[in-house]
Write a protein that binds this ligand. Structure first.
Ligand code: PHB
Length: 187
């Protein structure tokens, strides 16, 4: 998928879903609190991260709901933004966008800026100071998505993940094995 369409997808409106809005198997993917990278790796030989956009940006680069969820703190004028695609066999399975206030990058968390193509989850899930304020299942542009506010050593970061049409989750739906009231493959 082109970088521009990925960027547009990742900044689209996030719409929260209730458990009753989708089939239990789908819901289990959306609220899985373990590493999504590890879950996807079980369905392919190799999962690769490609960087779509990464660097420091001002708060103007944030969407209104990201702004509401992570700004709060007046001392933050810059945010580390990381947008990636996860590819399996060359097919894009997941798009991820992480927003990290500059104040969350102090101390050991500065290494979040040096992840490169190492999946974020590999860093997060080996940390003993990781906790989660919330994990909200939802949709963005008609695709299943989820949004988490995580904390490392109590410092917040916001992660938005979108399951792309080629992902195992959407493939199951396309086969019709998991009925859902949503039509996630709509353009
Ligand atoms: C990332 O490396 O930024 C990343 C990896 C896997 C995800 C989300 C983000 O599920």
């Amino acid at each position: 998928m082109h970088d521009l369409s990925i960027q547009r997808l990742l900044t689209d409106q996030f719409r929260a879903l209730n458990e009753s809005d989708c089939a239990p198997d789908i819901y289990s993917w959306l609220v899985d609190e373990t590493s999504m990278t590890a879950r996807l790796e079980a369905y392919c030989q190799k999962l690769e991260v490609t960087i779509v956009k990464e660097g420091f940006f001002s708060e103007h680069a944030l969407t209104p709901d990201e702004h509401e969820l992570v700004v709060g703190d007046a001392e933050n004028t810059r945010f580390w933004l990381r947008e990636v695609q996860l590819l399996a066999g060359g097919e894009p399975w997941l798009a991820g966008r992480t927003v990290i206030p500059e104040s969350s990058l102090q101390g050991p968390e500065a290494s979040l800026m040096a992840l490169g193509t190492r999946p974020l989850g590999h860093y997060l899930f080996q940390s003993s100071s990781l906790c989660r304020d919330f994990l909200t299942p939802g949709t963005m542009s008609g695709l299943f998505a989820r949004r988490s506010l995580l904390r490392l050593a109590n410092k917040p970061l916001l992660l938005t993940e979108i399951f792309l049409p080629a992902s195992p989750l959407h493939r199951l739906l396309a086969k019709g094995s998991l009925p859902c009231i949503l039509q996630p493959l709509q353009k």
